[in-house]
Write a protein that binds this ligand. Structure first.
Ligand code: HAM
Length: 415
């Protein structure tokens, strides 16, 4: 788990701000759910996934309730829907921390953040297209260029079940030709064997049955509509028949966004899909759902690698240097901040030299200096820090008007 320090933390806030801007324009409202849920909320994600069986931070609280820190947010959204029963389609977005007991490495952390959207109560393939298009737009807003989209469909639940059976038969017949780890995976979740990166498994995976051969007409038509919609928006994608995703709740459309710069194990920047049975599993009415979550930590690493969306420290307008005890700086910074200027100051009544050094380092455009002479005369010295004009003494009551005129001058100089 990591500490996020300024100015990097400011970038996180901006990141969620841009995300909210993109999705709020599309009718999504923010949903805030608790960090903790009853364990059962998450076990219904699927008891065959590592996220649930191996990686959950679960414990018994003082009231003997078995609870867990959320490993993702889709289950919480569906739980909230089942309890609140809002009108549909319910379009929500979220952002926040999740917890998975994984082996930490670059791009993989035990506490990580996601932003995401979910839509409950509509089956329309155009909604799958909208959801994918919004993630696409968001990546464009960040400036990322090396993101690729892969899509697949897992078919209807029956299609998926028949496919899983066929996979089980195929891989079981392979016997010891399959790696030991994949044989263990096969027992728990045959679909996930397709995810194996082990060399020895690759020929068997290549020869495995294809999900597309198991689609019902309905599932095939739904998927075709999604692909047609993506084409109509000129969103580039590749259909990847081996894409299965790590959570059990998916039905029909699934998709993943991959970055171009991270290690292949961590290159999934985000993913999502349809999960038409999840609300029901959580005690609500049968309700279709679709959405995605994007990993904040990983996406920012991809931004670093591509040199886009840099952290930008807050630009200070004014730094107040007061060598008369510090009380002048108290009132001046307060007035400046109230008037909308970004203002900081030196503390501990340090020497003029020391405070000027701080003013320089702060990046402020202007230093306001109060020495004994200024205090006696009721003035301050206004010193442009970036060579824009000479320093002048200004009456204490004229500071705001003077700074405003400097800003105007600055603007016209740049025009
Ligand atoms: P997920 O694929 O498990 O899907 O996670 C989505 C994204 O969260 C990943 O692509 C990755 O960027 C980030 N992520 C996951 N685990 C970690 C980790 N340990 N460290 C850093 N980043 C991580 C879901 O969570 C689904 N709820 C997505 C969804 C929404 N499906 C439908 N609606």
């Amino acid at each position: 788990m990591r500490d996020i320090l300024p100015p990097e933390s400011g970038r996180w806030r901006q990141f969620t701000g841009v995300f909210a801007d993109v999705v709020e324009r599309a009718g999504y409202g923010q949903l805030m759910t608790p960090l903790l849920e009853d364990l059962g909320v998450f076990t219904r994600i699927g008891d065959a996934t590592d996220v649930v069986t191996k990686e959950m931070y679960d414990f018994v609280d003082k009231g003997e309730r078995h609870i867990a820190l959320r490993p993702e947010m889709t289950a919480s959204v569906c739980r909230a829907f089942a309890e609140q029963r809002p009108t549909t389609p319910w379009k929500v977005f979220y952002s926040g921390s999740n917890f998975r007991y994984e082996k930490p490495q670059r791009g993989r952390y035990r506490q990580f953040d996601q932003v995401g959207i979910e839509v409950l109560g509509a089956d329309d393939p155009n909604l799958d297209v909208e959801v994918i298009a919004l993630a696409w737009e968001f990546y464009a807003r960040l400036g990322l260029r090396q993101v690729t989209l892969i899509v697949n469909s897992l078919g209807e639940p029956d299609d998926r079940a028949r496919y899983v059976e066929a996979l089980l038969a195929h891989f079981t017949a392979a016997g010891a030709a399959l790696s030991e780890q994949s044989r263990a995976t096969l027992e728990r979740n045959p679909l996930r064997v397709l995810d194996s990166k082990r060399e020895i498994d690759q020929p068997l995976i290549a020869a495995a049955p294809q999900i597309a051969d198991f689609y019902s007409d309905e599932a095939a038509a739904h998927f075709e509509s999604v692909l047609a919609g993506l084409r109509s928006l000129d969103i580039e994608f590749a259909v990847e028949p081996k894409l299965v995703r790590g959570l059990d709740y998916y039905r029909r459309t699934i998709f993943e966004f991959q970055g171009g710069t991270l290690d292949s194990a961590q290159n999934a920047l985000g993913g999502g899909g349809r999960y038409d049975g999840l609300v029901e599993a959580l005690g609500g009415p049968a309700t279709p759902g679709v959405g995605f979550a994007l990993g904040v930590d990983r996406t920012l690493l991809a931004c670093d690698d591509e040199g886009v969306f840099p952290a930008e420290p807050v630009q200070l307008d004014v730094f107040v240097v007061d060598v008369t005890g510090g009380l002048e700086a108290v009132t001046i910074t307060s007035e400046l901040r109230a008037a909308g200027f970004a203002a900081d100051r030196g503390y501990d009544n340090r020497s003029m030299k020391a405070q000027m050094k701080l003013a320089n380092r702060s990046g402020a455009r202007i230093a306001l200096i109060v020495g004994d002479d200024e205090l006696a005369a009721g003035t301050v010295v206004v010193k442009p820090m970036h060579g824009e004009g000479d320093q002048v003494a200004v009456d204490r009551s004229e500071i705001l008007t003077h700074l405003a005129s400097l800003s105007d001058q600055n603007r016209t100089n740049h025009e």
